[in-house]
Design a protein around this ligand. Structure first.
Ligand code: SF4
Ligand code: SF4
Length: 357
């Protein structure tokens, strides 16, 4: 039986002052003229709550680029959703944060590009951006809101993971998400500059193991081994159409924020489809839900209901077929593609193709 989703990822806008080369937004970004209005988002939040969602992640792009963010936060809170803001922090100031808190905001997830300012600003292509994030963390703390630090890691910052853990402690974050880059969209375009080496990964894993033991009760650290060094895929989004749904700035209803990277797939839009109808009936959601769609070697595999065959976007990005077994699995006939990408990255330079509207 299909359960309702737990959470809605509301991508309020693709506008962002930063230009991270690993941004999870699609390469074809939605312009400001395509964005849903305040009233449309409010209806979407109400539909999400009625569908059974418990949480909303107000995301982007940079959600603080929306002038109506306080109104949107109030609407999400009034709908009964636990409200989390995913932000780069560079547009944050004390009055706005106080207004968001008073509107019902409960949690802030702040992203950092690195622990070292010069490197962080180069990755985001925004001089002075890192300094603004340090101020933003202080503002979140002063506002009494719960804080998670989100550190996206890759070859050009992974060696500073111990410093990122120190940064999370200095910011008094309750949780640190060490998020390895997922390679689709902009990140796929920059893969050769971003893929970490095996030695870097092993050092990072040892760092996390040590820090988790030392910091028990002070800092929770989320960490998953990245696909390109894995032999089994992750249960992407907890399984396609099982736990989460996302709505893009232009109103497309998606099983995951990267799903638009799958060419040829048609997604319903909130302009003409209710979230309930999309979740339970749209082909975009039912196509890869459960296990019946799976090819060999997933079909009948003991792990099928643990990893759900891995990531559909990654299968499309690497094999050109969203219905293929995720190449992150050692049983996939395409697993060799990951080793080949790692070899290519080892001899590549570190220049970026920056995300741009
Ligand atoms: S990943 Fe970087 S560029 Fe993309 S939305 Fe987040 S802060 Fe902006
Ligand atoms: S064969 Fe499929 S179900 Fe089995 S471990 Fe690999 S990806 Fe998972």
């Amino acid at each position: 039986m299909t359960e309702p989703p737990l959470a809605l990822l509301a991508e309020l806008t693709h506008r962002c002052p930063l230009q991270c080369p690993y941004c999870s937004n699609p390469v074809a970004l939605n312009g400001p003229g395509e964005e849903l209005s305040t009233a449309e988002w409010t209806r979407v939040f109400q539909e999400a709550a009625a569908l059974g969602c418990l949480q909303i992640h107000l995301s982007g792009g940079e959600p603080m680029a929306r002038r109506d963010l306080v109104e949107l936060t109030a609407a999400a809170s009034a709908a009964g959703l636990y409200t989390n803001l995913i932000t780069s922090g560079v547009l944050m100031d004390a009055p706005r944060l106080a207004a968001l808190r008073d509107a019902g905001l409960e949690h802030v997830q702040l992203s950092v590009q690195d622990a070292e300012a010069a490197s962080a600003d180069r990755i985001a292509n925004l001089p002075g951006g890192h300094a603004k994030k340090l101020v933003a963390a202080q503002l979140v703390r002063d506002a009494g809101l719960a804080l998670t630090l989100n550190a996206v890691v890759h070859r050009q910052n992974l060696d500073r993971l111990p410093d990122l853990i120190e940064l999370a402690l200095a910011m008094e974050a309750g949780r640190l998400e060490v998020a390895h880059v997922q390679y689709y969209g902009w990140a796929l375009a920059n893969r050769a500059a971003l893929l970490p080496t095996r030695a870097q990964l092993d050092a990072a894993t040892a760092t996390v193991t040590r820090a988790r033991a030392e910091l028990r009760g002070r800092l929770v650290i989320d960490y998953v081994v990245p696909d390109y060094h894995a032999s089994r895929p992750k249960a992407c989004m907890g399984g396609w159409g099982r736990r989460f749904l996302a709505v893009s700035p232009a109103g497309r209803i998606l099983p995951c924020h990267a799903a638009e990277s799958i060419e040829g797939m048609v997604f319903p839009n909130v302009h003409d489809t209710a979230l309930h109808a999309a979740w339970f009936g749209a082909e975009a959601f039912t196509r890869f839900r459960g296990t019946a769609w799976m090819p060999a070697p997933c079909q009948g595999c003991a792990n099928a209901e643990q990893d759900w065959g891995g990531c559909r976007c990654q299968a499309f990005a690497l094999v050109g077929d969203a219905a293929a077994t995720d190449p992150a699995c050692a049983l996939s006939p395409h697993h060799h593609l990951l080793a080949e990408a790692l070899d290519e990255a080892a001899s590549s330079d570190s220049s970026y193709r920056y995300r741009r509207l």
